[in-house]
Design a protein around this ligand. Structure first.
Ligand SMILES: Nc1nc2c(c(=O)[nH]1)N[C@H]1C(S)=C(S)[C@@H](COP(=O)(O)O)O[C@H]1N2
Ligand SMILES: [Mo]
Length: 398
């Protein structure tokens, strides 16, 4: 067992520290709006990120600005959104990333392994979109509580790590009867808090193991703490919340976790209803697209409309674009490399934009034939918005 050097004071936060820890617990931690004209600065720990490309809602909720979402096949890490449900572990955990340990349970030969040991079992790279369940929450009319993400709580990243199936094979396979794969986040939980209420622990159907990775690299770099270093669970095609950062335990289980974040939240619940375990969990992401350029005010003439699409059954397949708010549509041209069904695809359409106000919208279809709806039906917490009309951009052409 390798000793990790987490200073003891990080565990003994006292009442004030505990309050700061839980204040970030829920996705529904709405922040008061910043005064007009005063964008919030990046928190100190994230000063390495690119200021221009990001919009800071709070120290734990930072989104990519629309103009930067889907500029290329991959999102540079310094432009990638950040979402922490609870206070992250101390930065010291990424000093010696190979020493981080994860326990694997629900397999024939349960083991605790270091990242260094995982690196000798297998390696694979997968490009996959990371998207918060609440991305697009701002477009719901019922003003659900939680961060009012617009379009930028999403990015596409090349993750590198050991395939979970290779690891499970090495450990003799999963125990009979297991139906879920459950990952637990490595945040130290302050004394006095109820673990089940605050722990970031999520279960996904066991089939997700087939494409899952335990990743130590993102876009060819050591995974930074902000994005889950030293080790993160990646479940391609699944919403962000299932991609457990600084994972300390991976268990194959017969039942879903009873942790609040699994049993009570991150569910598609009816308005006014309860987020109970009977309602669908935020697992697979539906097909979605958005226009990232042009936005705001432009000159009349020929423009290259640019956007990005992702998610859906089998990945994004095709997209239509409308420069008149959905009255008429034209097929977009997909550009850039195909990094697989879990990655996003960028697209363009060359169009003449006459003077006036125009609503530019896009409507994508996935490989399974599912097309984005015009309107997303409301759900209590404002999850999974993929309605094409709200994702449009209103441009003033002069
Ligand atoms: N351990 C842990 N994992 C976590 C979270 C967290 O707070 N702790 N937040 C989840 C949520 S809600 C999202 S959207 C993504 C955000 O990933 P990012 O911060 O790398 O963008 O991580 C998920 N995994
Ligand atoms: Mo999220």
């Amino acid at each position: 067992m390798v000793q990790r050097n987490i200073p003891r004071r990080d565990f003994l936060l006292g009442a004030a520290g505990a309050a700061a820890f839980v204040s970030t617990v829920s996705e529904a931690n709405a922040q008061p709006p910043a005064p007009l004209g005063a964008p919030k600065p990046l928190p100190d720990a994230l000063k390495w990120k690119s200021d221009n490309s990001l919009m800071v809602h709070s120290a734990n909720t930072i989104e990519t600005r629309r103009g930067y979402v889907g500029r290329g096949a991959l999102t540079p890490l310094d432009e990638l959104f950040v979402r922490n449900n609870v206070a992250p572990p101390p930065p010291s955990i990424v000093d010696q990333p190979d020493d981080w340990e994860i326990s694997i349970d629900g397999v024939e030969s349960a083991h605790t392994l270091s990242v260094g040991e995982l690196k000798r079992i297998g390696v694979e790279s997968i490009a996959a979109v990371l998207q918060c369940s609440g991305n697009g929450r701002k477009f719901f009319d019922h003003a659900p509580s939680g961060t009012a993400w617009t379009v930028g709580a999403a990015g596409c990243v090349l993750w590198t790590g050991v395939p979970v199936r290779a690891l499970v094979e090495r450990l003799g396979g999963t125990l009979p009867g297991c139906q879920f794969m459950t990952g637990t986040g490595g945040e130290p939980i302050p004394q006095g808090l109820d673990v089940g209420t605050v722990v970031v622990e999520r279960s996904v159907p066991i089939e997700a193991m087939e494409m899952a990775l335990l990743a130590w690299e993102a876009n060819g770099k050591s995974l930074p703490l902000a994005h889950g270093g030293p080790l993160r669970l990646i479940i391609p095609g699944y919403f962000g919340i299932n991609n457990i950062k600084y994972i300390k335990k991976l268990a194959f289980t017969q039942h879903e976790s009873q942790a609040r974040i699994q049993a009570k939240s991150y569910r598609m619940s009816p308005l006014g209803g309860d987020e109970a375990s009977a309602t669908p969990s935020m697992w697979q992401m539906p097909i979605k697209s958005l226009i990232r350029h042009p936005i705001d005010t432009i000159k009349s003439g020929r423009h290259l409309i640019q956007g990005v699409m992702f998610g859906g059954e089998g990945g994004a397949k095709s997209v239509e674009i409308s420069i008149d708010g959905g009255a008429t549509w034209k097929e977009g041209t997909i550009v850039g490399p195909n990094l697989g069904k879990f990655a996003w695809r960028t697209f363009v359409l060359s169009a003449d934009l006459p003077p006036g106000n125009h609503l530019l919208v896009s409507r994508a279809t996935d490989e399974g034939g599912n097309r984005q709806p015009e309107h997303m039906l409301p759900n209590k917490s404002g999850y999974a918005h993929n309605g094409w009309r709200s994702h449009g951009t209103a441009v003033a052409v002069t």
